[in-house]
Design a protein around this ligand. Structure first.
Ligand SMILES: [Mg+2]
Length: 124
């Protein structure tokens, strides 16, 4: 299973990669913003995406909307410091499957990923 990590922080992407490795997921691709993420998706559709909200060039909410224009099924998890309920609702409305607030623990992120894939019916 291929997972695309989208975050402008290399440190965050490294943390996410470590969490994924702990749950046996090592086919990981990275992007630093929404524009780069769309390019990666164009090369190969991932099976899951973790998406930061605040990024240069194209932010995460715009990316979610762009992805959903053509792909309703791809599991998307927003991972962000934006913790207000209105933000969460906005993201859900845009089409995210799950939401993780930073800072996250490895346990929480791992759980949300498993939850999201189960719900989406994606075999791990
Ligand atoms: Mg950011």
């Amino acid at each position: 299973m291929r997972i695309l990590l989208v975050d402008d922080s290399r440190t965050i992407r490294n943390i996410q990669k470590n969490v994924l490795a702990e749950i046996g997921q090592t086919d990981v691709v990275e992007a630093a913003d929404g524009v780069e993420a769309l390019a990666r998706i164009g090369e190969q559709r991932p099976d899951l995406m973790l998406i930061d909200w605040n990024m240069p060039n194209m932010d995460g909410i715009t990316l979610v909307r762009k992805v959903r224009e053509t792909d309703k099924a791809l599991p998307l998890i927003m991972v962000t410091t934006e913790a207000e309920k209105s933000r969460v609702l906005e993201a859900v409305k845009a089409g995210v499957n799950n939401y993780v607030v930073k800072p996250f623990t490895a346990e929480t992120l791992g759980e949300k990923i498993k939850q999201t894939l189960e719900k989406a019916g994606v075999p791990a």
